[in-house]
Design a binder for this molecule. Structure first.
Ligand code: FAD
Length: 453
């Protein structure tokens, strides 16, 4: 009998999506192209192979990804339960024996009575068949071309993300709000003024601190270097080109007079709002391949960022992701082809647990649609809801992949708000887990679910 749902890709997202849909009573075909066709990063034929680190990151509930794991565990996640079973000691993190983890997921998924695993590369999509595309950042070429066609050319092959800082960790004393020549509402950006010595120090840091080396499959055939667009160069490559290149590029001070001196500074680092709530800012033009400790060191020396909480550090690497805020609806469906959903890294959500989280959402939503139940419509009171909120946040014209953070979480009711950050996160976690229990109960009853906002 033909299955009711096709899931493309047996990685973290695809396995979770197939599992959640099957747990809701839907017959699933899970198509995984390995081992016949490998990606440049995978080495085995196991489902849910971890391609790099063996860590699923922090376990504490005050940690965004820790809370996401607990939410998934309470929804009977195949990824989180297998990870906990395959755990190795790792302090406050959940790290796993990767072979055991992959073996556990493979065994559970393959033995589920409603899941059929097919070792097959999917190259064309039937837009009328319920489908979840969870092909990861290294989709096969023909599938990538198909997605590009389906999304009207909105598939990206490289990411180039600047670091993002939590707004409440910026010391505003030395900064000033202004947009170049007073455009927009005149104060759209926070500006960090640099004198000559501070600017030269930054250039020196960018030139000398350690960088990530591109992986083999990220190099271009000709030069052996990672290919970059001229219009989007890593900030350290600009620094290499000349001592003043940045001062005439993203750090140019013209039109940004400091109201305290009445003059334009020597150079300016601009911070731009990352989301509508203004809880996070990105460093404009600071896409980078500097190693993460190097980024903390160099950018933590900038005035006002000495105690920065980095929600995301800068990256530039081979990736395959769609412009989700412009393409997907709240149920992770393609707006123009609603039978087709996306999950995992290809949506622009980054990280193993986030991939599983988006897989769970897509699997549950697909199952509900197939069973003619109302959609879940998750709100940002849970980390799962924050994934949806992130993928729907069209504030930035330049959507780039990111891990889950607290940036998209819905505010607490005023009576529960507190300035104590740890306590605030405990309260956010308690609210989220209460909401997940409600969600679980409605899933078990097969009833409608309405998020409490
Ligand atoms: C080199 C590299 C290192 C990384 N390191 C980390 C890390 O340390 N920590 C971290 O959290 N994240 C890391 N990531 C990101 C990581 O890819 C994601 O966190 C996670 O694996 C994404 O899960 P996914 O299910 O979306 O994709 P994947 O886990 O990649 O799964 C996608 C699956 O789809 C299959 N597939 C692709 N095309 C087709 C097709 N046409 N037909 C059938 N099957 C297909 C692939 O074979 C693969 O099994 C890394 C990514 C790369 C590329």
């Amino acid at each position: 009998m033909e299955s009711q749902l096709l899931v493309v890709g047996g990685g973290l997202a695809g396995c979770e999506a197939a599992w959640q849909a099957a747990q809701q009573g839907v017959r699933v075909t899970l198509a995984e192209m390995r081992p016949a066709r490998m990606t440049p990063a995978h080495h085995t034929d196991g489902l849910a192979e971890l391609v790099c680190s063996n860590s699923l990151r922090g376990a504490a509930l005050e940690n965004a990804v820790g809370l996401l794991k607990e939410e998934l565990a309470r929804l009977d996640s195949v990824i989180v339960h297998s990870a906990r079973e395959a755990a190795v000691p790792a302090g406050g993190a959940l790290a796993v024996d990767r072979e055991r983890f992959s073996a556990l997921v493979t065994a559970r998924v393959q033995s589920h009575p409603l899941i059929e695993v097919r070792r097959e590369e999917i190259t064309a999509l039937d837009q009328t068949r319920p489908t979840i595309i969870a092909c990861g950042p290294l989709a096969s070429e023909s599938l990538a071309a198909e997605i590009d066609r389906l999304t009207g050319g909105r598939l990206h092959y490289y990411d180039a993300a600047s670091p993002i800082v939590a707004a409440d960790s910026i010391e505003l004393g030395q900064l000033y709000a202004a947009s170049r020549y007073g455009k927009g509402d005149g104060a759209d950006y926070l500006n960090i003024p640099l004198d000559q010595a501070q600017y030269l120090r930054l250039v020196e840091d960018l030139r000398t601190l350690p960088r990530h080396e591109p992986k083999e499959f990220e190099r271009d055939a000709a030069g052996g270097k990672a290919p970059f667009f001229e219009g989007c160069l890593p900030v350290e490559v600009m620094a290499d080109r000349g001592v003043d290149t940045l001062r005439y590029g993203p750090l140019k001070p013209v039109g940004l007079r400091d109201p305290r001196t009445g003059r334009a500074p020597y150079a300016v680092v601009q911070l731009r709002k990352e989301n509508a709530a203004g809880t996070a800012y990105n460093l404009v033009g600071f896409q980078t391949r500097l190693a993460w400790p190097a980024q903390r060191e160099a950018f933590g020396r900038l005035p006002g960022l000495e105690h920065a909480e980095w929600l995301r550090l800068g990256v530039m690497h081979r990736n395959t992701f769609i412009q989700s805020p412009r393409l997907l609806d709240r149920h992770l469906r393609l707006r123009d082809h609603p039978s087709v959903r996306f999950a995992g890294q290809v949506t622009g959500i980054e990280g193993y647990v986030e991939a599983a989280g988006s897989g769970a959402i897509a699997g549950l939503e697909a199952a509900r649609a197939i069973r003619a139940q109302p959609p879940l419509d998750l709100r940002a009171t849970t980390m799962l809801g924050c994934i949806v909120a992130y993928l729907q946040d069209a504030t930035s014209d330049d959507f780039q992949p990111s891990n889950i953070t607290w940036a998209n979480v819905a505010a607490l009711p005023p009576e529960l708000e507190t300035r104590d950050k740890r306590e605030r996160r405990r309260r956010l976690a308690a609210r989220a887990l209460g909401e997940i229990e409600r969600l679980r109960a409605t899933l078990e009853r097969g009833a409608g679910y309405e998020a409490a906002v």
